[in-house]
Design a protein around this ligand. Structure first.
Ligand code: GUN
Length: 297
């Protein structure tokens, strides 16, 4: 029997833990604040941002929303980030990606104060993750790791294949799996014999953005599969043009071979948001420790 990993249920358990943490902070007179910045009208980004803001409010995190049209200049965006970096009410800053082409994404990411970088994309956090230093880690791979810990139990010694080398998912996923003592293979668009390498994996994390790319032939029977892909397919369903969300994994084929698999939607997506809330609380505590350490005795 293949287990369909219930990302919604795991995310809800994590959110309950984070909500309890937020209550603990409230007892100390502190309300975590999360600033979410959206530039342009990308429909998928609008949905993600709305969901992040709603979830923050639902668990008692104060949210600050900044929406701009696609013409916002890089200098204006950097000005805003500087203000948010200095604002003591703001503990986490998230700039939704992708940004319009005229804005240098790296310049924006690196402008965010590392202690408020709840996406974990700043080089200080990304480097800290690889070196095993306390850091804010990217939300999607952190959520995937938690799903894997629940699905697999002990991860040490397992062979994990990560497909995709983005800064948002693939690379930090490899770092987190390595830190969990997995043997890690990172596959990408130039990898030779990708399917054969993938067939050696106990754990497969697919994060490439190509609908159905990983099919049953890529899998060792009994492997655990995490599908990070969220691909929007326009399809005629019952004579109507509809958008269907599909992952990077051919769910029907792979679920006959895998021991456990995440669905799309309802797998990784809810975990990303829950981990963002967890990072916002971690960032709040980190800033309080930093402020206490730098206060005059
Ligand atoms: N776009 C797609 N995924 C993400 C994410 O995790 N964070 C941000 N900021 N933008 C994204």
């Amino acid at each position: 029997m293949t287990t369909i990993i219930d990302g919604k249920a795991t995310a809800q358990r994590l959110l309950d833990e984070v909500a309890a943490d937020v209550e603990g902070l409230a007892a100390e007179g502190v309300t975590p604040g999360l600033a979410v910045v959206l530039v342009g009208g990308d429909p998928a980004s609008q949905v993600y941002v709305r969901n992040k803001l709603r979830k923050a409010e639902a668990i008692g995190i104060r949210s600050f929303e900044y929406r701009f049209d696609a013409e916002l200049s890089q200098a204006e965006l950097l000005d805003l980030i500087e203000r948010l970096n200095r604002d003591p009410e703001v503990n986490g800053i998230l700039v939704q990606l992708p940004l319009p082409a005229h804005i240098d994404e790296q310049a924006v990411i690196q402008a965010i104060a590392p202690a408020k970088d709840v996406d974990g994309f700043h080089r200080q956090n990304a480097g800290g993750l690889w070196q095993g230093l306390p850091s804010l880690a990217p939300c999607t791979p952190t959520g995937c790791l938690r799903l894997l810990q629940e699905a697999c139990g002990e991860l040490a010694g397992q062979h994990a294949v990560v497909i995709g080398r983005s800064n948002i998912v693939g690379k930090p996923m490899a770092a987190l799996l390595l830190a969990a003592d997995c043997t890690v293979t990172l596959l990408h668009s130039k990898s030779r014999e990708a399917a054969a390498l993938c067939r050696q994996a106990d754990i497969v994390v697919a994060a490439v953005g190509r609908p159905g790319m990983v099919d049953a032939d890529w899998l060792k029977p009994g492997a655990v599969v995490i599908d990070v892909g969220i691909n929007r397919l326009e399809q005629d369903i019952d004579g109507e043009r509809r958008t269907r969300l599909v992952g990077d994994v051919d769910f029907d084929g792979v679920s006959r071979v895998a021991s456990a698999i995440t669905p799309v939607p309802g797998g990784v997506g809810p975990m990303t948001i829950a981990c963002l809330m967890q990072n916002t609380v971690s960032a709040t505590r980190l800033q309080r420790r930093q402020a206490a350490a730098s206060a005059p005795a």
